[in-house]
Design a protein around this ligand. Structure first.
Ligand SMILES: *Cc1c(COP(=O)(O)O)cnc(C)c1O
Length: 484
Protein backbone atom coordinates (compact mmCIF):
# COMPACT_ATOMS: atom_id res chain seq x y z
CA UNK A 1 0.00 0.00 0.00
CA UNK A 2 1.28 3.43 -0.89
CA UNK A 3 2.30 5.39 2.17
CA UNK A 4 1.54 8.69 0.47
CA UNK A 5 -2.15 9.45 -0.03
CA UNK A 6 -1.78 13.18 0.39
CA UNK A 7 -3.58 15.25 -2.22
CA UNK A 8 -0.87 17.89 -2.22
CA UNK A 9 0.94 18.17 -5.56
CA UNK A 10 4.01 16.05 -6.24
CA UNK A 11 5.35 18.91 -8.32
CA UNK A 12 4.64 22.21 -6.63
CA UNK A 13 6.27 24.30 -9.31
CA UNK A 14 4.03 22.83 -12.04
CA UNK A 15 0.88 23.49 -10.07
CA UNK A 16 2.12 26.99 -9.30
CA UNK A 17 2.46 27.73 -13.02
CA UNK A 18 -0.97 26.27 -13.74
CA UNK A 19 -2.48 28.27 -10.87
CA UNK A 20 -1.05 31.50 -12.24
CA UNK A 21 -2.55 30.72 -15.65
CA UNK A 22 -5.94 30.09 -14.04
CA UNK A 23 -5.78 33.41 -12.23
CA UNK A 24 -4.74 35.21 -15.41
CA UNK A 25 -7.67 33.67 -17.28
CA UNK A 26 -10.06 35.15 -14.75
CA UNK A 27 -8.45 38.59 -14.99
CA UNK A 28 -8.85 38.38 -18.78
CA UNK A 29 -12.44 37.28 -18.34
CA UNK A 30 -13.34 40.20 -16.08
CA UNK A 31 -11.40 42.73 -18.14
CA UNK A 32 -13.19 41.62 -21.31
CA UNK A 33 -16.68 41.21 -19.84
CA UNK A 34 -18.31 43.99 -21.84
CA UNK A 35 -17.27 42.40 -25.14
CA UNK A 36 -19.01 39.15 -24.17
CA UNK A 37 -22.76 38.53 -24.32
CA UNK A 38 -24.52 38.99 -20.97
CA UNK A 39 -25.91 35.51 -21.29
CA UNK A 40 -26.03 32.76 -23.84
CA UNK A 41 -27.97 29.58 -23.62
CA UNK A 42 -25.65 26.67 -22.85
CA UNK A 43 -25.57 24.69 -26.12
CA UNK A 44 -26.49 21.02 -26.03
CA UNK A 45 -22.89 20.18 -26.89
CA UNK A 46 -21.59 21.97 -23.79
CA UNK A 47 -24.06 20.12 -21.56
CA UNK A 48 -23.40 16.79 -23.26
CA UNK A 49 -19.64 17.29 -23.21
CA UNK A 50 -19.87 17.94 -19.50
CA UNK A 51 -21.87 14.94 -18.36
CA UNK A 52 -19.86 11.87 -17.48
CA UNK A 53 -19.63 8.98 -15.06
CA UNK A 54 -18.16 9.35 -11.56
CA UNK A 55 -14.41 9.74 -12.10
CA UNK A 56 -12.48 6.92 -10.48
CA UNK A 57 -9.17 7.81 -12.04
CA UNK A 58 -7.34 11.16 -11.87
CA UNK A 59 -7.15 13.78 -14.61
CA UNK A 60 -4.52 16.45 -15.10
CA UNK A 61 -5.47 19.75 -13.49
CA UNK A 62 -4.69 21.43 -16.80
CA UNK A 63 -7.26 19.27 -18.55
CA UNK A 64 -9.94 19.79 -15.91
CA UNK A 65 -9.39 23.53 -16.17
CA UNK A 66 -9.71 23.27 -19.95
CA UNK A 67 -13.16 21.69 -19.50
CA UNK A 68 -14.11 24.56 -17.20
CA UNK A 69 -12.97 27.13 -19.77
CA UNK A 70 -14.89 25.44 -22.58
CA UNK A 71 -18.08 24.31 -20.92
CA UNK A 72 -18.67 26.38 -17.78
CA UNK A 73 -17.15 29.86 -17.83
CA UNK A 74 -18.83 31.11 -21.04
CA UNK A 75 -22.28 30.06 -19.84
CA UNK A 76 -22.77 31.84 -16.53
CA UNK A 77 -26.03 33.59 -15.65
CA UNK A 78 -24.33 36.88 -16.50
CA UNK A 79 -24.79 38.87 -13.30
CA UNK A 80 -21.17 40.05 -13.42
CA UNK A 81 -21.84 41.67 -16.83
CA UNK A 82 -22.67 45.41 -17.04
CA UNK A 83 -25.75 44.66 -19.15
CA UNK A 84 -27.30 42.39 -16.52
CA UNK A 85 -30.41 43.97 -15.00
CA UNK A 86 -32.48 40.90 -14.26
CA UNK A 87 -33.66 40.36 -10.71
CA UNK A 88 -31.59 41.99 -7.97
CA UNK A 89 -28.08 40.57 -8.21
CA UNK A 90 -24.65 41.98 -7.54
CA UNK A 91 -21.74 41.91 -9.96
CA UNK A 92 -18.82 41.07 -7.67
CA UNK A 93 -15.35 42.61 -7.95
CA UNK A 94 -11.76 41.64 -8.68
CA UNK A 95 -10.89 42.30 -5.04
CA UNK A 96 -13.68 40.00 -3.89
CA UNK A 97 -12.45 37.28 -6.22
CA UNK A 98 -8.90 37.51 -4.89
CA UNK A 99 -10.12 37.45 -1.29
CA UNK A 100 -12.15 34.31 -2.08
CA UNK A 101 -8.95 32.69 -3.28
CA UNK A 102 -7.20 33.56 -0.01
CA UNK A 103 -10.14 32.24 2.01
CA UNK A 104 -10.13 29.05 -0.06
CA UNK A 105 -6.45 28.56 0.64
CA UNK A 106 -6.93 28.98 4.39
CA UNK A 107 -9.96 26.65 4.43
CA UNK A 108 -11.08 28.01 7.79
CA UNK A 109 -14.16 26.79 9.61
CA UNK A 110 -15.89 29.70 11.31
CA UNK A 111 -18.25 27.75 13.55
CA UNK A 112 -16.23 28.72 16.61
CA UNK A 113 -12.95 28.25 18.55
CA UNK A 114 -10.04 30.57 18.94
CA UNK A 115 -8.58 31.86 15.68
CA UNK A 116 -8.08 35.11 13.81
CA UNK A 117 -10.66 34.55 11.02
CA UNK A 118 -13.36 34.92 13.70
CA UNK A 119 -11.78 38.23 14.59
CA UNK A 120 -12.28 39.29 10.95
CA UNK A 121 -15.99 38.42 11.13
CA UNK A 122 -16.24 40.31 14.43
CA UNK A 123 -14.62 43.34 12.79
CA UNK A 124 -17.20 43.31 9.99
CA UNK A 125 -19.90 42.91 12.65
CA UNK A 126 -18.54 45.94 14.51
CA UNK A 127 -18.55 47.99 11.30
CA UNK A 128 -22.11 46.83 10.61
CA UNK A 129 -23.26 47.96 14.05
CA UNK A 130 -21.66 51.32 13.37
CA UNK A 131 -23.30 51.63 9.94
CA UNK A 132 -26.75 51.08 11.40
CA UNK A 133 -26.27 52.88 14.73
CA UNK A 134 -26.68 49.69 16.78
CA UNK A 135 -25.21 49.29 20.30
CA UNK A 136 -22.04 47.30 21.07
CA UNK A 137 -24.19 44.57 22.60
CA UNK A 138 -25.83 43.83 19.24
CA UNK A 139 -24.84 40.55 17.64
CA UNK A 140 -24.75 39.36 14.07
CA UNK A 141 -23.24 36.93 11.63
CA UNK A 142 -22.76 36.06 7.99
CA UNK A 143 -25.31 33.75 6.38
CA UNK A 144 -25.89 32.60 2.82
CA UNK A 145 -28.36 35.37 2.08
CA UNK A 146 -31.24 37.51 3.28
CA UNK A 147 -33.68 34.60 2.91
CA UNK A 148 -31.78 32.79 5.63
CA UNK A 149 -31.34 35.98 7.68
CA UNK A 150 -35.10 36.66 7.60
CA UNK A 151 -35.69 33.07 8.74
CA UNK A 152 -33.30 33.41 11.67
CA UNK A 153 -34.87 36.74 12.64
CA UNK A 154 -38.27 35.01 12.79
CA UNK A 155 -36.82 32.48 15.24
CA UNK A 156 -35.31 35.27 17.37
CA UNK A 157 -38.73 36.97 17.47
CA UNK A 158 -40.35 33.67 18.43
CA UNK A 159 -37.81 33.29 21.26
CA UNK A 160 -38.67 36.77 22.49
CA UNK A 161 -42.36 35.92 22.85
CA UNK A 162 -42.26 32.23 23.82
CA UNK A 163 -38.91 31.95 25.60
CA UNK A 164 -36.97 28.67 25.70
CA UNK A 165 -40.23 26.70 25.78
CA UNK A 166 -40.73 27.60 22.13
CA UNK A 167 -37.48 25.75 21.33
CA UNK A 168 -38.28 22.65 23.35
CA UNK A 169 -42.07 22.23 23.45
CA UNK A 170 -42.89 24.07 20.23
CA UNK A 171 -45.75 26.47 19.72
CA UNK A 172 -48.27 24.69 21.97
CA UNK A 173 -51.47 26.72 22.09
CA UNK A 174 -49.80 29.94 20.95
CA UNK A 175 -51.23 31.52 17.81
CA UNK A 176 -48.47 33.83 16.74
CA UNK A 177 -49.15 36.41 14.04
CA UNK A 178 -46.70 38.41 11.95
CA UNK A 179 -47.23 41.49 9.78
CA UNK A 180 -45.65 42.75 6.59
CA UNK A 181 -46.76 44.57 3.49
CA UNK A 182 -48.21 42.85 0.46
CA UNK A 183 -44.99 43.72 -1.34
CA UNK A 184 -42.84 41.73 1.11
CA UNK A 185 -40.42 39.20 -0.36
CA UNK A 186 -41.73 35.63 -0.56
CA UNK A 187 -38.99 34.35 1.74
CA UNK A 188 -40.70 36.00 4.75
CA UNK A 189 -43.80 33.83 4.31
CA UNK A 190 -41.49 30.88 3.91
CA UNK A 191 -39.68 31.81 7.14
CA UNK A 192 -43.00 31.50 8.99
CA UNK A 193 -43.68 28.23 7.22
CA UNK A 194 -40.24 26.80 8.10
CA UNK A 195 -40.44 27.97 11.70
CA UNK A 196 -43.64 25.97 12.22
CA UNK A 197 -45.69 29.11 12.79
CA UNK A 198 -47.33 28.81 9.39
CA UNK A 199 -47.27 31.12 6.39
CA UNK A 200 -50.97 31.97 6.82
CA UNK A 201 -50.03 33.63 10.10
CA UNK A 202 -48.31 36.34 8.06
CA UNK A 203 -50.84 39.14 7.58
CA UNK A 204 -50.41 40.88 4.23
CA UNK A 205 -51.05 44.57 4.84
CA UNK A 206 -52.05 46.77 1.85
CA UNK A 207 -49.59 49.22 0.30
CA UNK A 208 -49.76 52.58 -1.45
CA UNK A 209 -48.68 53.10 -5.08
CA UNK A 210 -45.04 53.31 -3.90
CA UNK A 211 -45.45 49.86 -2.28
CA UNK A 212 -45.17 51.28 1.25
CA UNK A 213 -47.11 49.56 3.99
CA UNK A 214 -50.32 51.23 5.21
CA UNK A 215 -49.71 51.98 8.89
CA UNK A 216 -53.34 52.54 9.91
CA UNK A 217 -54.39 49.17 8.47
CA UNK A 218 -51.44 47.55 10.22
CA UNK A 219 -52.54 48.94 13.60
CA UNK A 220 -56.08 47.76 12.97
CA UNK A 221 -54.93 44.27 11.94
CA UNK A 222 -52.87 43.90 15.13
CA UNK A 223 -55.83 45.02 17.26
CA UNK A 224 -58.18 42.61 15.50
CA UNK A 225 -55.78 39.70 15.99
CA UNK A 226 -55.38 40.47 19.69
CA UNK A 227 -59.16 40.60 19.97
CA UNK A 228 -59.32 37.16 18.36
CA UNK A 229 -56.86 35.71 20.88
CA UNK A 230 -53.76 35.72 18.68
CA UNK A 231 -50.33 36.91 19.82
CA UNK A 232 -48.78 39.43 17.44
CA UNK A 233 -45.01 38.82 17.66
CA UNK A 234 -43.32 40.25 14.59
CA UNK A 235 -43.54 43.24 12.26
CA UNK A 236 -41.39 43.04 9.13
CA UNK A 237 -40.61 46.30 7.36
CA UNK A 238 -39.06 46.25 3.90
CA UNK A 239 -36.21 48.54 2.84
CA UNK A 240 -36.34 48.12 -0.93
CA UNK A 241 -39.20 45.95 -2.16
CA UNK A 242 -38.07 43.49 -4.75
CA UNK A 243 -40.55 44.64 -7.41
CA UNK A 244 -40.19 48.42 -7.40
CA UNK A 245 -37.73 49.34 -4.64
CA UNK A 246 -40.31 50.72 -2.20
CA UNK A 247 -39.18 51.64 1.31
CA UNK A 248 -41.65 51.30 4.18
CA UNK A 249 -41.98 54.12 6.70
CA UNK A 250 -39.50 52.47 9.04
CA UNK A 251 -39.83 55.07 11.80
CA UNK A 252 -43.61 54.64 11.70
CA UNK A 253 -43.20 50.88 11.97
CA UNK A 254 -40.75 51.29 14.87
CA UNK A 255 -43.37 53.38 16.71
CA UNK A 256 -46.05 50.73 16.22
CA UNK A 257 -43.71 47.91 17.25
CA UNK A 258 -42.80 49.85 20.41
CA UNK A 259 -46.45 50.54 21.26
CA UNK A 260 -47.37 46.90 20.70
CA UNK A 261 -44.18 45.43 22.20
CA UNK A 262 -43.49 43.20 19.20
CA UNK A 263 -40.21 42.47 17.47
CA UNK A 264 -39.45 44.89 14.62
CA UNK A 265 -37.42 43.31 11.84
CA UNK A 266 -36.28 45.00 8.62
CA UNK A 267 -35.78 43.04 5.41
CA UNK A 268 -33.13 45.26 3.92
CA UNK A 269 -31.77 42.68 1.46
CA UNK A 270 -31.82 45.20 -1.33
CA UNK A 271 -31.56 48.64 0.20
CA UNK A 272 -30.31 48.57 3.80
CA UNK A 273 -26.81 49.34 2.49
CA UNK A 274 -28.32 52.61 1.24
CA UNK A 275 -27.15 53.92 4.64
CA UNK A 276 -23.74 54.23 2.95
CA UNK A 277 -25.11 56.71 0.40
CA UNK A 278 -25.64 60.22 1.80
CA UNK A 279 -28.60 60.94 -0.50
CA UNK A 280 -30.40 57.71 0.43
CA UNK A 281 -29.67 57.37 4.15
CA UNK A 282 -32.40 59.82 5.25
CA UNK A 283 -35.02 57.66 3.52
CA UNK A 284 -34.02 54.74 5.72
CA UNK A 285 -34.62 56.72 8.91
CA UNK A 286 -35.98 54.40 11.58
CA UNK A 287 -33.81 51.45 10.57
CA UNK A 288 -31.57 52.29 13.54
CA UNK A 289 -34.54 51.43 15.79
CA UNK A 290 -35.06 47.93 14.35
CA UNK A 291 -34.68 44.89 16.60
CA UNK A 292 -33.01 43.09 13.72
CA UNK A 293 -31.93 43.75 10.13
CA UNK A 294 -31.36 41.26 7.31
CA UNK A 295 -29.31 42.41 4.35
CA UNK A 296 -27.01 41.23 1.59
CA UNK A 297 -23.43 42.27 0.98
CA UNK A 298 -23.71 40.39 -2.33
CA UNK A 299 -26.25 42.80 -3.86
CA UNK A 300 -25.52 46.55 -3.54
CA UNK A 301 -22.41 45.74 -1.45
CA UNK A 302 -20.75 44.21 -4.57
CA UNK A 303 -19.21 41.36 -2.55
CA UNK A 304 -19.15 38.06 -4.44
CA UNK A 305 -21.77 35.43 -3.60
CA UNK A 306 -22.72 34.50 -1.08
CA UNK A 307 -22.66 37.06 1.72
CA UNK A 308 -25.93 37.61 3.57
CA UNK A 309 -25.96 39.13 7.04
CA UNK A 310 -28.20 39.26 10.10
CA UNK A 311 -27.83 41.97 12.75
CA UNK A 312 -29.72 41.60 16.06
CA UNK A 313 -30.02 44.38 18.62
CA UNK A 314 -30.38 42.10 21.65
CA UNK A 315 -27.29 39.90 21.36
CA UNK A 316 -28.22 37.80 24.38
CA UNK A 317 -31.69 37.04 22.99
CA UNK A 318 -30.02 36.07 19.72
CA UNK A 319 -27.63 33.68 21.53
CA UNK A 320 -30.39 32.07 23.55
CA UNK A 321 -32.30 31.41 20.31
CA UNK A 322 -29.64 29.07 18.97
CA UNK A 323 -27.05 28.11 21.62
CA UNK A 324 -26.81 24.46 22.65
CA UNK A 325 -24.58 22.62 25.11
CA UNK A 326 -23.36 19.66 23.09
CA UNK A 327 -20.32 18.02 24.70
CA UNK A 328 -18.21 18.23 21.57
CA UNK A 329 -18.79 21.99 21.57
CA UNK A 330 -17.47 22.44 25.12
CA UNK A 331 -15.56 25.64 25.62
CA UNK A 332 -12.15 25.69 27.29
CA UNK A 333 -10.49 28.45 29.23
CA UNK A 334 -7.27 27.90 27.28
CA UNK A 335 -6.25 26.45 23.94
CA UNK A 336 -7.99 26.08 20.60
CA UNK A 337 -11.40 25.43 22.18
CA UNK A 338 -11.23 28.84 23.82
CA UNK A 339 -12.49 32.09 22.39
CA UNK A 340 -15.61 33.76 23.65
CA UNK A 341 -17.48 34.18 20.37
CA UNK A 342 -18.71 31.05 18.66
CA UNK A 343 -21.00 31.78 15.69
CA UNK A 344 -22.59 28.33 16.03
CA UNK A 345 -24.37 29.85 19.07
CA UNK A 346 -26.07 32.37 16.79
CA UNK A 347 -27.50 30.27 13.98
CA UNK A 348 -28.10 26.72 12.75
CA UNK A 349 -24.75 26.30 10.99
CA UNK A 350 -21.86 24.55 12.66
CA UNK A 351 -19.48 24.49 9.71
CA UNK A 352 -19.21 27.97 8.23
CA UNK A 353 -17.06 29.41 5.46
CA UNK A 354 -14.94 32.54 5.71
CA UNK A 355 -17.45 34.89 4.01
CA UNK A 356 -16.16 37.65 6.24
CA UNK A 357 -12.82 37.84 4.44
CA UNK A 358 -14.14 38.90 1.02
CA UNK A 359 -16.41 41.43 2.73
CA UNK A 360 -13.59 42.78 4.90
CA UNK A 361 -11.38 43.11 1.79
CA UNK A 362 -14.20 44.85 -0.09
CA UNK A 363 -14.80 47.36 2.70
CA UNK A 364 -11.09 47.98 3.36
CA UNK A 365 -9.97 48.17 -0.27
CA UNK A 366 -12.72 50.35 -1.67
CA UNK A 367 -13.95 52.12 1.46
CA UNK A 368 -17.59 52.73 2.23
CA UNK A 369 -17.66 56.10 0.41
CA UNK A 370 -16.93 54.38 -2.91
CA UNK A 371 -19.60 51.74 -2.23
CA UNK A 372 -22.06 54.53 -1.40
CA UNK A 373 -21.12 56.25 -4.67
CA UNK A 374 -21.85 53.03 -6.62
CA UNK A 375 -25.24 52.82 -4.91
CA UNK A 376 -26.04 56.43 -5.81
CA UNK A 377 -24.86 55.87 -9.37
CA UNK A 378 -27.21 52.91 -9.87
CA UNK A 379 -30.10 55.11 -8.69
CA UNK A 380 -29.04 57.94 -11.02
CA UNK A 381 -28.98 55.47 -13.94
CA UNK A 382 -32.47 54.31 -13.00
CA UNK A 383 -33.74 57.92 -13.08
CA UNK A 384 -32.05 58.42 -16.43
CA UNK A 385 -33.73 55.30 -17.77
CA UNK A 386 -37.09 56.53 -16.46
CA UNK A 387 -36.58 59.85 -18.29
CA UNK A 388 -35.74 58.04 -21.50
CA UNK A 389 -38.87 55.90 -21.16
CA UNK A 390 -41.04 58.94 -20.48
CA UNK A 391 -39.70 60.51 -23.68
CA UNK A 392 -40.49 57.45 -25.85
CA UNK A 393 -44.15 57.26 -26.94
CA UNK A 394 -43.84 53.51 -27.49
CA UNK A 395 -42.77 52.91 -23.88
CA UNK A 396 -44.50 53.60 -20.58
CA UNK A 397 -43.40 53.50 -16.95
CA UNK A 398 -45.28 50.90 -14.90
CA UNK A 399 -44.35 52.09 -11.40
CA UNK A 400 -42.70 55.09 -9.76
CA UNK A 401 -38.89 54.86 -9.76
CA UNK A 402 -37.69 55.12 -6.17
CA UNK A 403 -34.30 53.49 -6.11
CA UNK A 404 -32.44 51.45 -8.72
CA UNK A 405 -35.38 49.52 -10.19
CA UNK A 406 -37.35 50.57 -13.27
CA UNK A 407 -40.55 48.77 -14.30
CA UNK A 408 -41.89 49.61 -17.73
CA UNK A 409 -43.83 48.29 -20.71
CA UNK A 410 -43.60 48.34 -24.45
CA UNK A 411 -46.98 49.66 -25.52
CA UNK A 412 -46.40 50.04 -29.25
CA UNK A 413 -46.87 53.03 -31.53
CA UNK A 414 -50.67 52.97 -31.39
CA UNK A 415 -53.08 51.84 -28.70
CA UNK A 416 -51.61 49.38 -26.19
CA UNK A 417 -51.61 45.87 -27.65
CA UNK A 418 -54.47 43.69 -26.45
CA UNK A 419 -52.08 40.95 -25.45
CA UNK A 420 -49.48 43.32 -24.00
CA UNK A 421 -48.55 40.81 -21.28
CA UNK A 422 -47.46 38.18 -23.79
CA UNK A 423 -45.81 40.79 -25.98
CA UNK A 424 -43.66 42.13 -23.13
CA UNK A 425 -42.70 38.61 -22.06
CA UNK A 426 -41.62 37.90 -25.63
CA UNK A 427 -39.58 41.11 -25.73
CA UNK A 428 -37.70 40.14 -22.57
CA UNK A 429 -36.93 36.70 -23.98
CA UNK A 430 -35.63 38.41 -27.17
CA UNK A 431 -33.46 40.81 -25.18
CA UNK A 432 -31.97 38.04 -23.06
CA UNK A 433 -31.21 35.94 -26.14
CA UNK A 434 -29.73 39.02 -27.86
CA UNK A 435 -26.95 39.21 -25.28
CA UNK A 436 -26.59 43.01 -24.89
CA UNK A 437 -28.89 43.56 -21.94
CA UNK A 438 -30.79 41.19 -19.68
CA UNK A 439 -33.79 42.63 -17.84
CA UNK A 440 -36.38 40.34 -16.22
CA UNK A 441 -40.16 40.25 -15.89
CA UNK A 442 -42.45 40.88 -12.98
CA UNK A 443 -46.14 41.56 -12.44
CA UNK A 444 -47.46 44.89 -11.17
CA UNK A 445 -51.16 45.51 -10.61
CA UNK A 446 -51.93 42.33 -12.53
CA UNK A 447 -49.87 43.31 -15.57
CA UNK A 448 -46.67 41.73 -16.88
CA UNK A 449 -43.94 44.37 -17.00
CA UNK A 450 -40.27 44.58 -17.91
CA UNK A 451 -38.10 45.09 -14.86
CA UNK A 452 -34.58 46.54 -14.93
CA UNK A 453 -32.80 46.35 -11.59
CA UNK A 454 -29.49 48.19 -11.78
CA UNK A 455 -27.24 46.78 -9.07
CA UNK A 456 -23.88 46.21 -10.75
CA UNK A 457 -21.09 48.79 -10.35
CA UNK A 458 -20.04 48.09 -13.97
CA UNK A 459 -23.35 49.23 -15.47
CA UNK A 460 -23.18 52.65 -17.10
CA UNK A 461 -25.05 54.94 -19.48
CA UNK A 462 -24.21 52.78 -22.50
CA UNK A 463 -26.21 49.93 -21.01
CA UNK A 464 -29.20 52.21 -20.39
CA UNK A 465 -29.05 53.37 -24.02
CA UNK A 466 -28.77 49.77 -25.17
CA UNK A 467 -31.77 48.72 -23.08
CA UNK A 468 -33.99 51.43 -24.57
CA UNK A 469 -32.81 50.84 -28.13
CA UNK A 470 -33.09 47.05 -27.95
CA UNK A 471 -36.50 47.18 -26.28
CA UNK A 472 -37.81 49.41 -29.04
CA UNK A 473 -36.41 47.25 -31.82
CA UNK A 474 -37.50 43.98 -30.18
CA UNK A 475 -40.95 45.48 -29.54
CA UNK A 476 -41.36 46.53 -33.16
CA UNK A 477 -40.07 43.20 -34.43
CA UNK A 478 -42.33 41.15 -32.14
CA UNK A 479 -45.33 43.31 -33.07
CA UNK A 480 -44.65 42.79 -36.78
CA UNK A 481 -44.19 39.08 -36.27
CA UNK A 482 -47.51 38.85 -34.43
CA UNK A 483 -49.32 40.79 -37.17
CA UNK A 484 -47.92 38.55 -39.91
C1 LIG B 1 -32.98 39.38 -2.71
C2 LIG B 1 -33.99 39.63 -1.68
C3 LIG B 1 -34.26 38.67 -0.69
C4 LIG B 1 -33.60 37.33 -0.69
O1 LIG B 1 -32.23 37.46 -0.45
P1 LIG B 1 -31.23 36.28 -0.83
O2 LIG B 1 -29.90 36.85 -0.53
O3 LIG B 1 -31.44 36.02 -2.31
O4 LIG B 1 -31.58 35.10 -0.01
C5 LIG B 1 -35.16 38.99 0.29
N1 LIG B 1 -35.79 40.17 0.30
C6 LIG B 1 -35.59 41.11 -0.64
C7 LIG B 1 -36.32 42.41 -0.56
C8 LIG B 1 -34.67 40.88 -1.67
O5 LIG B 1 -34.44 41.80 -2.61
Amino acid sequence: MSSNVSLDPADWSAVRGQGHRMLDDLFDHLQGLRAQPVWREPPAAARQGFREALPLAPSALEQVHETFLENVLPYSSGNAHPGFMGWVQGGGTVVGMLAEMLAGGMNSNLGGRDHMPLEVEQQVLAWTRQMFGFPDTASGLFLTGASQANFLATLVARMRVLGGGGRTAGLGEARLTAYASRAVHGCVGRALDMSGIGSLQLRAVPVDDHHRIDLATLRAAIAADRQAGCTPFLIVGTAGTVDIGGIDDLAGLADIAADEDVHFHVDGALAALGVLAPSLAPRLAGIERADSIAFDWHKWGQTPYDAGFLLVRDGELHRRTFASDAAYLQRAARGLAGGDWWPCDYGPDLSRSFRALKTWFTLKTYGTAALGAVIEHTCALARELADRIAAEPELELAAPVQLNIVCFRYRGPDAPAADADALNAEIVAELQAGGDVAPSLTRIDGRTVIRAAIVNHRTDRRDIEALVASTLSAGRQCTRRRAA
